[in-house]
Design a protein around this ligand. Sequence first.
Ligand code: ISL
Ligand code: CA
Length: 536
Amino acid sequence: MDYQNKIFYQIYPRSFKDSNQDGIGDIKGIISKLDYIKSLGVDFIWLSPVYASPNADFGYDISDYKSINKEYGSMADMELLITKAKELGISIMMDLVMNHTSSEHAWFKASKDKNSPYRDFYIYKDAKNGKEPNNWTSFFGGKAWTKTDDGDYYLHLFATNQPDLNLKNEAVIEAFKDIMRFWLDKGIKGFRCDVVNVIHKDSLEDGRWRLVLKGLEHYHSTKQNHEILKRLRKEVMEPYDAITVGETVLVSIQEAEELLGIKEKELDMIFSFAHMETDQINNKWFRTKFKPKKFIKVLKDWQVNLSWNTLYFENHDQPRSISRFGKEYYRKESGKMLATLLLTLRGTPFIYQGQEIGMLNVDYKSIEDFVDVETKNIWALSKKLHFPKWYRWRMIQKSSRDNARSPMQWDAKQGFSKGKPWLKINKNEKNINVEAEEKDPNSILSYYKRLISIRKKSNALTLGDFKPLYAKRGLFAYERTDGVQTYVVIVNMTKKYKRFKRMPQGVIVLTNYKPEGLKHLRPFEALIIEVEKNEK
Ligand code: ISL
Ligand code: CA
């Protein structure tokens, strides 16, 4: 299926729209907003997990892959969503977690019996000198092993209640093929595959010393991992003409290309993290000042060297992009500038709910307002390590995943839900909300809509070549062309006025300021210029 000229929109169901006023977003809520999603020009929805889950990690801990979380609705609701979306020409992509299940999954419960065939669905190992079997650490901080009642340990690369599956076991792979077909038969058109390059563990040896993720070299993009992806593609995805986007952690451009499949296809697209790591040292809890130059360089390298990119600046794990790569003071300007990049670079754009109205990081005042398991873990761990309180608080404010998960701001008066929301709404919903932005032709939302429609009509902006023209001083200029049409895009990623001497001749197709003399770029100014082809 074609995915190169599609626009994706990610929904985090718990925070999108509540239909029955219990404070929790649900599937009926999504259905009620399909017209809104359509009005943006979206073709594909990526739905974060809606499966049955005890919510230790809000759906990324799945207890039954073939049923719907009751808080979100019923199977009938899900089927209705697929049908209604299809009527509007929108396809649905589900989130598939193959690395681990919930500890409440029937497989894991059965696996506690050493004689059960399900024992081998997971990764158990006996204690080593009365301690953990190896020195691996988890993505969420702390040890990657938890002791069971019988004295053995089980592996979990994420939270304690997310035991890792054993993908060396053929029965596990068969189970996933069955799960995938179950949903594809219901009419979904693809999967976003969670942490899909760490699902196969080569060995359980000690890892070499690393500050974070000790053990990584034993399970990162292993050869068998590639083989599993190839198989799933051939045996399941291809017959359904469905597409896959892999969330691939810590990959270089070359590794990414390999996951896309140099000789044999593995995944259609991958989410890489390189650009998201430009404002951090070692890991996301240690953020440095955002340096546009570095960010631009990474974007440029991936644009030039990877055959096809996904384009994203936000998702349910990341802080809001304006608060991070722009400036809240210049919310409108920097929000539109980021939108310009997102929709004119080469690749498939993914918009995260709320990004299109310029939502910002949360304004919480106390640690009690946060609920995310990772946030709680890090808060406790950093306390144990005697980090000063002000520093710990800053870490949480800047990096907590709840920044992205506060409820969608539909109107000025809790349009998300009349009930008490499961996670606090930003107070700024009074000014930043869908209703207000829909009325305002100069809003970020209106700008997104215009951009999407410009992109969709243009072969040059979708499939055309990318050529970098200038990437210095926080300015990024590049050309997109298909030989017939040529655009030059110029953005200023800083809050400063910047002289720019290479302004091309042509027609301004879109800009986030009133066009003027074109001798300098204003704070966060963005321009899309169509240039005459005979000029080149
Ligand atoms: O945000 C992160 C932690 O600091 C990332 O490292 C994140 O854990 C990683 O990208 C994997 O994310 C995915 O799998 C997790 C789940 O919690 C995330 O929401 C999901 O996107 C475990 O299933
Ligand atoms: Ca609800």
